[in-house]
Design a protein around this ligand. Structure first.
Ligand SMILES: Cc1cc2nc3c(=O)[nH]c(=O)nc-3n(C[C@H](O)[C@H](O)[C@H](O)COP(=O)(O)OP(=O)(O)OC[C@H]3O[C@@H](n4cnc5c(N)ncnc54)[C@H](O)[C@@H]3O)c2cc1C
Ligand SMILES: *[C@@H]1O[C@H](CO)[C@@H](O)[C@H](O)[C@H]1NC(C)=O
Ligand SMILES: *[C@@H]1O[C@H](CO)[C@@H](O)[C@H](O)[C@H]1NC(C)=O
Ligand SMILES: *[C@@H]1O[C@H](CO)[C@@H](O)[C@H](O)[C@H]1NC(C)=O
Ligand SMILES: *[C@@H]1O[C@H](CO)[C@@H](O)[C@H](O)[C@H]1NC(C)=O
Ligand SMILES: *[C@@H]1O[C@H](CO)[C@@H](O)[C@H](O)[C@H]1NC(C)=O
Ligand SMILES: *[C@@H]1O[C@H](CO)[C@@H](O)[C@H](O)[C@H]1NC(C)=O
Ligand SMILES: *[C@@H]1O[C@H](CO)[C@@H](O)[C@H](O)[C@H]1NC(C)=O
Ligand SMILES: *[C@@H]1O[C@H](CO)[C@@H](O)[C@H](O)[C@H]1NC(C)=O
Ligand SMILES: *[C@@H]1O[C@H](CO)[C@@H](O)[C@H](O)[C@H]1NC(C)=O
Ligand SMILES: *[C@@H]1O[C@H](CO)[C@@H](O)[C@H](O)[C@H]1NC(C)=O
Ligand SMILES: *[C@@H]1O[C@H](CO)[C@@H](O)[C@H](O)[C@H]1NC(C)=O
Length: 588
């Protein structure tokens, strides 16, 4: 999930004498003697369209002795606003990725809560960077990184301590082409109303543009629509509530433009630079180059059917209750039939807390399901829940109340998205988060639905995303670089935990242990599957296999061709295993 649009490079000193590419030097961090001089930064500044930026952690403005003119009220008001964070080069969606834990467990951070009396320091926020407004700016920045042999994410992949930032947030161009033919493609291969988005375009902007053209495309869904439409989302796979009907992000890309490590600006599609086109669709953001634009096919805007279900539970005991276990188990049992009915969307299975709390909630959408099919697919479950609720009590495992249970027609995907996700844009981000992911194939769910429900019931903030199956499963797994596990997956399971601001390293490790335990259980029931690179744990024991599956060797080969010096590296991404855990020095 992170989608601050920044793109990070750490500076590597060059050794021009060497013709043998190995051994590669360690990265050069801010403060090291090899860090570029002021003069070198001035030369870069003269080449780019905007002044260089010096990002600061967002809570910086709450420390008057550092920033006397800072507006802390603004920071407090917007702390959980994904778009506000995306607008600030120094902010990540989850603040834990703005911090840095030294090997001695000291934490460098800048906390919002000044009462913690902790010094505000830079953490993992890059110290300087280019605010790119054109592909030429991106090229200049990449060349700067590369000539000094430089390099560079919800998962902190777009931030790194002591790094140089290439901020793509302001590459906001949006263009429609009435009849789009991929460059070099045959004249008969025409796509009507193709949408080209610059690297900094976010889904709320892409959806508004598509709506103004009366077309639809399935993109990421988040509070305020803050996820980037051409960056990490697409390159990691890019799921949507519409992907069961229209395919994943990678399945809808017609063409990409990308600045590679040697500064060349390439066009990649099914007719030219086909290998990097394959790799950029699933090989992960920040790995092959800097995508400057993506062209997507669109669909006509049509009315769709939506479903809503929400329950609350009032109990005296925290934790799993028999009522919730029955509610969840039945839901998981019928989930293959919901997928067959064409539904896409999101279910969250929150654990009961003491007192009144949200229990199962889901909201689905489908352009292919008929009103009758929609009702028939859910009515038995609604009745089941109603019976369960009527027979439940506070004393006996909790009183279940049904808040919503209906299907309805919506005018368009846009109407659905803007109603659900565009309110205040608050609440989904701005807290410390450690995630776990698993792609669950249909047969695993069919065979083990009771076990799946038990595991999810015990996990913190578990979600069951209907973003696989349907068209996602019909695509040839070898058509893109994406993890083939996606083609067998019916749902993406996501869960996560956090910790309060100011927690020490051992408390943070406890949260990590919860995630490690959860993914181990999910792996055990689905040993041949994988996880979603973009919304996953950084503690997967075998990330190459888990995130890329059988495509890994080919992805690595294409990286060797386009980025032989590993200028572009991200945590657990392609090629990262050749570097230490901080991605600073190559492994011997
Ligand atoms: C609140 C929230 C909701 C989400 N919802 C969804 C969802 O509905 N569906 C889904 O699939 N995922 C979702 N995600 C996960 C999301 O796909 C990832 O966080 C993704 O990495 C975001 O990409 P970005 O470009 O917006 O973010 P960034 O943090 O800017 O980038 C992420 C990674 O991609 C790289 N990158 C960014 N731009 C470029 C570029 N132009 N060229 C090359 N590399 C680039 C960065 O270096 C970094 O490694 C969500 C995340 C959050 C936080
Ligand atoms: C500070 O931010 C708040 C909230 O965004 C805003 O209402 C106020 O006008 C800002 N104050 C200044 C001095 O800019
Ligand atoms: C921990 O390491 C950092 C970085 O090396 C150093 O600045 C800090 O003083 C160390 N803290 C302690 C308590 O040793
Ligand atoms: C801020 O930190 C103080 C000191 O630990 C604590 O008492 C207070 O509850 C915290 N405030 C918030 C909003 O978390
Ligand atoms: C933005 O798109 C227009 C065409 O719509 C094009 O002329 C222009 O060069 C593009 N700008 C950038 C920065 O890509
Ligand atoms: C939008 O497109 C749909 C499908 O092509 C069409 O039925 C509808 O009339 C269009 N609406 C507008 C306002 O153009
Ligand atoms: C939860 O149940 C208790 C005990 O029956 C009751 O007092 C309380 O009002 C209930 N809470 C809600 C929000 O319904
Ligand atoms: C919905 O489905 C249920 C069960 O299949 C059926 O009894 C009911 O009549 C249906 N309602 C509508 C409006 O189709
Ligand atoms: C939805 O829940 C309400 C309240 O429990 C109930 O009256 C209604 O019959 C339910 N609808 C369906 C379709 O089960
Ligand atoms: C209602 O709850 C009681 C006590 O938990 C249980 O024995 C009974 O089987 C339940 N009835 C139904 C229809 O679920
Ligand atoms: C970390 O914080 C917890 C909770 O405040 C405390 O019990 C523990 O002793 C602390 N650990 C260290 C190493 O400071
Ligand atoms: C840049 O790299 C590409 C891909 O390896 C290669 O085709 C091209 O010739 C290189 N350009 C320069 C100027 O080195």
């Amino acid at each position: 999930m992170q989608f601050i649009i920044p793109f990070i490079l750490l500076i590597v000193p060059v050794s021009f004498e060497s013709v043998v590419p190995l051994p590669r030097p360690c990265r050069c961090l801010y403060g090291d003697p090899c860090w570029p001089s002021q003069l070198e930064f001035d030369v870069l500044a003269a080449r780019v369209s905007q002044p260089l930026i010096q990002p600061l952690p967002p809570a910086h403005a709450c420390y008057p002795h550092i920033d006397p003119s800072g507006n802390c009220t603004d920071v407090q008001a917007n702390w959980q606003d994904g778009n506000w964070r995306a607008d600030h080069a120094g902010a990540m969606q989850s603040p834990n990725f703005e911090t840095f834990i030294f090997p001695n467990d000291t934490i460098s951070a800048c906390y919002l809560n000044t009462s913690l009396e902790y010094p505000c320091t830079q953490g993992s926020v890059p110290v300087i960077g280019v605010d790119a407004r054109s592909s030429e700016d991106v090229q200049a920045a990449v060349e700067f990184a590369a000539s000094h042999h430089l390099r560079h994410d919800y998962l902190g992949r777009s931030a790194a301590r002591g790094a140089f930032l290439i901020w793509t947030h302001h590459l906001k161009n949006i263009t429609f082409t009435d009849s789009f033919i991929p460059d070099g493609g045959p004249a008969f291969e025409v796509y009507e109303n193709a949408l080209t988005v610059g690297a900094g375009v976010q889904w709320h902007e892409a959806y508004d543009a598509a709506h103004s053209r009366n077309v639809t495309l399935g993109g990421g869904l988040s509070a305020g629509g803050s996820v980037g439409a051409a960056g990490g989302w697409m390159q990691g796979g890019g799921h949507s509530a519409l992907s069961p009907a229209y395919g994943l992000g990678v399945d809808n890309v017609l063409q990409l433009t990308v600045v590679i490590a040697n500064g060349t600006h390439l066009t990649a599609n099914a007719y030219q630079n086909t290998d990097i086109f394959w790799a950029l669709r699933g090989g992960g953001g920040g790995t092959y180059g800097i995508v400057t634009s993506a062209t997507y096919r669109t669909r006509p805007s049509v009315p769709m059917i939506a479903a809503f279900f929400a329950t609350i539970i009032n109990s005296t005991d925290p934790g799993p209750s028999p009522v919730l276990e029955r509610l969840y188990t039945e839901f998981i049992r019928i989930s293959p039939s919901l997928s067959d009915a064409g539904w896409g969307g999101y279910a969250s299975l929150a654990l009961g807390a003491e007192g009144t709390s949200l229990a199962l909630r889901f909201f689905f959408i489908s352009p292919t399901t008929s009103p009758t099919q929609a009702n028939d697919s859910l009515a038995p479950y609604f009745e089941f829940a109603q019976t369960l609720a009527a027979n439940s009590s506070v004393e006996n495992g909790g009183a279940l109340t049904i808040v919503a249970n209906f299907t309805t027609q919506v005018e368009s995907f846009y109407a659905w998205e803007s109603t659900i996700f565009r309110g205040e844009g608050q609440g989904q981000v701005g807290f410390n988060a450690e995630l776990g992911s698993r792609l669950l194939p249909r047969d695993v769910i069919e065979k083990n639905y009771k076990r799946v429900a038990q595991i999810l019931l015990a996990l913190p903030a578990a979600s069951f995303y209907f973003v696989g199956g349907g068209v996602v499963s019909l695509r040839d797994p070898s058509s893109t670089g994406l993890n083939p596990a996606w083609r067998k997956a019916m749902v993406h399971v996501l869960f996560g935990t956090g910790w309060p601001e100011g927690a020490n390293a051992s408390q943070i490790r406890e949260a990590e242990e919860i995630v490690k335990g959860g993914i181990a259980q999910l792996r055990a029931i689905s040993p041949n599957s994988g996880a979603y690179f973009n919304e996953a744990s950084m503690f997967e024991p075998n990330p190459q296999e888990t995130f890329f599956g059988s495509h890994y060797a080919k992805l690595k080969g294409i990286k060797a061709k386009y980025d032989p010096s590993d200028l572009f590296l991200v945590a657990k991404g392609v090629g990262s295993e050749d570097w230490d855990e901080y991605l600073i020095c190559p492994r011997k």
